[in-house]
Design a protein around this ligand. Structure first.
Ligand code: GLY
Length: 389
């Protein structure tokens, strides 16, 4: 080995990690099969659970792509068409949200790229292509020419941008790559550059929200958002940035995005290394000890992706941290019993919503499955489904 190839996350696994992964694969199959049984006949898409069953959600809820995306991950991991059929069922249900497009916000990448975009890559389904392109076009329509994508609707929020949007940019890159029209990519890169400038702080921590004057583009404010307070460090926002900048690098090849991903990753690792289970906000008080497994699993999958984007000589610290987070969270916070269809039990929606602390969330489970899939050798990156196509 000359240190000049890309870091190979599968080759770096030790025998005990491989044994763990083989166990995880079996547990995932049993648990997700149970989740599908519980979802059957329901007229909504799973997001969270209560009393051992899925809890109803609105069809336009931003997380609704993660359930079918988990199904595609499980289909690739097991080859069982049960998972494919459930993914296709959920994709059809999501058409109601696409039709009601005026109610959509910036989260359409989460909703369509990782399931319709993936189905198009796997099966060439023309309707799935149209859904993904339609979603990308609604996201492009949210661009403010001062250099940011508007996050949410509602009067007074015309100039609001949020760090989470970094994970929605891949649907724009996808649209440019599949149509040949550079405008989607240009919008994505303008937004990524604004995020680098206004969200990422010198120590690698990030703001959640930045508010701009929507007429002039002037910076107005940076409230704490779903984190503890202004200037604090909401861990899920950090994980969206870590993974999102890695993906912008993969789609564009621009070194500044890779450098930013590393900077945010270094900060994330430094804040998590005590027990490898992120708190909801890295600057929250000691008590109560609120955790967020979603932040952990997003960051872990992002760290593995970052590791394999790097040279052999550079990837190991990111690989080690990603694997440690996955193993610690699985050991301490996963519920594999067939008494509830969700896996991770300590996810937190927002610091200032006590009822949303230590709940289950399908996207925490999704990112665990995605990360496990990568370690088991899956090559299809759901955030770049057209790669190598
Ligand atoms: N994208 C919203 C959240 O992470 O809660």
């Amino acid at each position: 080995m000359d240190g000049m190839g890309r870091f190979d996350i599968c080759a770096a696994l030790k025998a005990e990690d491989r044994a763990w992964l083989s166990d995880v694969k079996e547990r995932l199959d049993a648990k997700m099969r149970y989740g599908v049984e519980k979802a059957r006949g329901k007229d909504y898409i799973p997001y969270s659970t209560e009393n051992g069953d899925w809890k109803p959600t609105q069809i336009g809820w931003w997380t609704n792509g993660f359930w079918p995306a988990s199904m595609w991950q499980m289909y690739l991991m097991t080859g069982d068409s049960l998972y494919r059929d459930e993914a296709v069922r959920a994709e059809g249900m999501l058409d109601a949200a696409l039709r009601n497009f005026k109610a959509l916000d910036h989260d359409v990448g989460f909703m369509w790229l990782i399931q319709s975009g993936v189905r198009f890559a796997l099966e060439g389904n023309a309707d799935s292509y149209d859904r993904t392109l339609f979603a990308a076009t609604t996201l492009a329509s949210r661009f403010n020419p001062h250099g940011f994508i508007r996050a949410w609707d509602g009067a007074g929020r015309e100039g609001w941008a949020i760090v989470d949007c970094m994970m929605n940019l891949p649907i724009l890159y996808w649209a440019s790559e599949t149509t040949g029209d550079p405008r989607y990519r240009q919008i994505a890169m303008r937004h990524a550059d604004t995020t680098m400038e206004y969200f990422v702080r010198p120590d690698g921590s990030c703001n959640h929200i930045v508010i701009f004057d929507s007429e002039t583009g002037a910076f107005l404010d940076n409230p704490g958002g779903q984190g503890y307070e202004r200037g604090s460090s909401w861990s899920r926002g950090q994980s969206w940035a870590l993974y999102g900048f890695t993906l912008s690098y993969l789609h564009t090849g621009e070194a500044r995005y890779l450098d930013t991903a590393k900077k945010v990753a270094n900060y994330f690792i430094s804040q998590t290394a005590d027990d490898w289970i992120p708190r909801c906000d890295f600057r929250q008080p000691e008590e109560p000890p609120v955790r967020d497994n979603a932040a952990g699993n997003i960051a872990a999958s992002g760290l593995l992706e970052l590791a394999r984007a790097l040279l052999e000589s550079e990837g190991k610290p990111y690989f080690d941290a990603g694997l440690r987070i996955l193993r610690a969270q699985e050991r301490e916070c996963a519920n594999w019993a067939l008494d509830d269809p969700a896996i991770f039990t300590q996810c937190t929606a927002a610091w200032h919503e006590p009822a949303g602390r230590h709940i289950t969330m399908t996207y925490a489970d999704y990112f665990f499955i995605e990360a496990a899939g990568k370690l088991l050798g899956e090559k299809l990156l759901f955030w770049y489904p057209n790669r190598d196509a």
